[in-house]
Design a protein around this ligand. Structure first.
Ligand code: CU
Length: 150
């Protein structure tokens, strides 16, 4: 094997190896991101859902509101005020009871209040106690308990 051939082999290895390495690193980064566990939920009891309830996380005040009288199978509003938030999502379940997949992305209105219209399924065991999980930018998670009306 002469020197020129050796150099060509090296160039070939770089041409194939470098892109492969980049792909591997990208895959690893994406995988690590997907594996990042969600933040621990901060419980936010809300006795006045229609007026909204506020908590402070870090140096940001976050207010979460729900319609006053919520009935299953009927659409109602949820809203979240969180200054600087990019992505706000809400999902609904019961304690120790998965209530099916329901993930809502809240969209900011002209005042920057994130809103979604939500419809809950009826509970097969007749329970009315729900927990709304609010995720803000994958860094903040709130658990807001509430009840539906009969
Ligand atoms: Cu249930």
């Amino acid at each position: 094997m002469n020197l020129e051939h050796g150099n060509r082999m090296k160039t070939k290895w770089l041409a194939v190896g470098l892109p492969l390495l980049m792909v591997a690193i990208t895959a690893l980064v994406l995988w690590r991101e997907a594996e990042t566990p969600p933040p621990v939920a901060v419980n936010l009891p809300c006795p006045t859902p229609a007026a909204g309830c506020t908590t402070r996380i870090g140096n940001r005040a976050i207010t979460v509101g729900l319609a006053d009288k919520i009935k299953t199978l009927q659409p109602f509003q949820v809203w979240v005020k969180a200054s600087g938030a990019d992505k706000v999502q809400a999902s609904f379940a019961m304690v120790d009871m998965n209530m099916g997949f329901n993930l809502y992305t809240l969209r900011p209105d002209s005042d920057g209040v994130f809103r979604a219209k939500v419809t809950l399924p009826a509970c097969v065991s007749g329970r009315r106690d729900w927990v709304m999980t609010v995720d803000i930018d994958k860094t903040t998670r709130l658990a807001v308990p509430f009840s539906t009306e009969l």
